[in-house]
Design a binder for this molecule. Structure first.
Ligand code: C5P
Length: 232
């Protein structure tokens, strides 16, 4: 298993992002996550630029649409040569299968494809009262992860505290990509279901996604290295 730390580059523009990545020149090139804010603000060119600098990229756009639209969009993202992309499992098995088809290049290769089961911002109360989903959060996560596996996806995004549940339902090779990571001696910020890099490793995360504990640290390179030391 190739455990790795993914830095969430939640910056508003190209300049801030590249200035941040400049700090890592000379050492290990971090795997980075580009989310909606940066992608919609800076456009696909930022992906090419970061890729050209030698970073692996998780493009976190969480696609959710009809199967044909997702397939076509995935063809475009695959051509951008990213390493990992995602969809909402709520889009159904048919949509996830279409995503795999769209992502797969002529030579048979494709980026890793993972699914969001339930957003960690969705409460059990909202799940039942607003979304009218009867089963519990854990049952829903287990079912959505199984659907993703059935569709041929590589894994799911989930809370590190749910990684064990997903591995038990879908097998140890099914990837768990987990945000919600904080150092033992740090503030939680707005995250609720959090754990440390070391504990995430014990529970079974394959990739931890770390934003502010690295991006807002006085020494981001040292914070990144601390994550690597605890997790990888
Ligand atoms: O700064 P922090 O470490 O909390 O950043 C976590 C990153 O992971 C952010 O980019 C956030 O949007 C993302 N994320 C999350 N929880 C999810 C899915 C994505 O925190 N369920």
């Amino acid at each position: 298993m190739n455990r790795d730390v993914i830095i969430a580059c939640d910056f508003p523009n190209r300049e801030t992002t590249l200035a941040f990545l400049d700090r890592f020149q000379g050492g290990r090139k971090p795997f980075v996550k580009i989310g909606m804010e940066l992608f919609y603000g800076a456009g696909p060119e930022i992906v090419r630029e970061i890729k050209a600098r030698g970073h692996r990229i998780f493009l976190d756009l969480k696609l959710h649409d009809i199967p044909n639209t997702v397939k076509k969009a995935m063809q475009v993202l695959s051509a951008l040569d990213v390493d990992m992309v995602n969809v909402h499992a709520a889009g159904t098995v048919a949509m996830m299968k279409a995503a795999v088809e769209g992502l797969t290049r002529a030579d048979g290769t494709r980026p890793l494809l993972i699914a969001v089961t339930q957003l960690t911002s969705t409460s059990e109360e909202a799940l039942h009262g607003e979304l009218l989903i009867g089963p519990s959060m854990n049952e829903t996560i287990e079912k959505y992860a199984s659907n993703a596996r059935e569709a041929g996806l590589d894994g799911v995004v989930c809370s590190p505290l749910e990684a064990g549940l997903v591995k038990a339902a879908c097998g140890k090779d099914f990837l768990t990509v987990t945000p919600g990571i904080r150092f033992a001696d740090a503030a939680a910020d707005d995250q609720v279901r959090i754990t440390t890099p070391a504990r995430a490793r014990e529970i079974g995360s394959d990739y931890i996604v770390v934003g502010r504990p690295i991006t807002a640290a006085p020494d981001p390179v040292a914070a990144y290295e601390r994550c690597l030391k605890e997790f990888v």
